[in-house]
Design a binder for this molecule. Structure first.
Ligand SMILES: [Cu+2]
Length: 285
């Protein structure tokens, strides 16, 4: 082996580069470029079911049970679909690099078989414009959905003070190590360790904690908000599906954090009123 062969090739000088379009064609003519592009398409199609699998996972316990959760699910679905082409490309390069280049024979590094794609104007424009469009789409979608979710959780305006709203049910939510308590101040301060909600009626939560920071997560309703000691966090939702759903704590809060969970019962208004009466609260207005 002569010492000359170990000296790397001179970098391409701007003056001897072929035109951009020619370099793209040369690059595409490399055998591995085509294989990577084919792998990209194959892996992309293989990843597509992931979006539906994610939805199926979220819907296992009956979600979506509110407009908010429906918006969240749509966003997860769309973001997954949009990210698949990029994810597939990264995996295609990775898989081809692991398999196609796992062994190089001979002592020398392989020859450069066509001009590098770097500094190629067409290539740079293509991936800059494509990734900008994808990122802009995700930003705009995210902002629109965020506004929608904020409106459906009543933003910073008490639900019963919003124009055109049916009178809201107020519920004071208190977290403590390691249980949840729900108080209904409009019904003689009725309390419950199961969250009873009337169907299709706005509910407004005042969330707090007695000890450490917890997080009130009404899973299938898409409500998740911190429960801070000494402060009240407010949010709201309208349950639009009858059934039994889950409340969990979503903030690590001590030894039994994983067991800090309870149920949500969404009832027809009549059944909700009956529960209030039978539990010692006064009838709803
Ligand atoms: Cu916790």
């Amino acid at each position: 082996m002569s010492t000359e062969t170990l000296i790397p090739e001179e970098p391409e000088a701007p003056t001897n580069r072929p035109p951009s379009m020619r370099r793209v064609k040369l690059w595409l003519q490399r055998p591995y470029a085509r294989k990577i592009l084919i792998l990209n398409v194959v892996i992309g199609f293989l990843l597509l079911p992931l979006a539906w699998l994610l939805l199926a996972g979220m819907n296992q316990t009956g979600a979506p049970a509110s407009e908010i959760m429906k918006d969240i699910e749509q966003t997860v679905f769309v973001f997954t679909i949009v990210s698949i082409p990029i994810t597939a490309f990264v995996f295609a390069v990775l898989v081809y690099s692991l398999l196609g280049w796992r062994h190089v024979s001979g002592d020398e590094p392989p020859m450069q078989d066509s001009p590098a794609i770097r500094t190629n104007t067409i290539g740079v424009i293509l991936w800059t414009v494509a990734s900008t469009l994808l990122a802009m789409f995700l930003v705009v979608w995210g902002l629109v959905e965020l506004a929608q979710i904020t409106a459906n959780s009543f933003g910073s305006i008490a639900a019963n003070e919003q124009p055109g709203q049916k009178s809201a049910e107020i519920i004071n939510v208190t977290g403590q190590q390691w249980v949840w308590t729900f108080e209904y101040p409009e019904h003689n301060g009725l309390t419950s360790d199961v969250l009873y909600l009337p169907l299709d009626r706005p509910v407004y939560f005042n969330v707090t904690s007695k000890d450490v920071i917890h997080n009130f997560w009404a899973v299938e309703l898409g409500v998740k908000v911190d429960a801070n000691p000494g402060a009240i966090t407010q949010t709201g939702v309208t349950a639009n599906k009858l059934g039994t759903f889950n409340v969990r704590c979503a903030e690590l809060c001590g030894m039994h954090h994983a067991f800090m969970q309870t149920q949500i019962q969404v009832l027809e208004q009549d059944a909700f009123d009956s529960w209030v009466r039978e539990s010692g609260g006064k009838k709803t207005s």
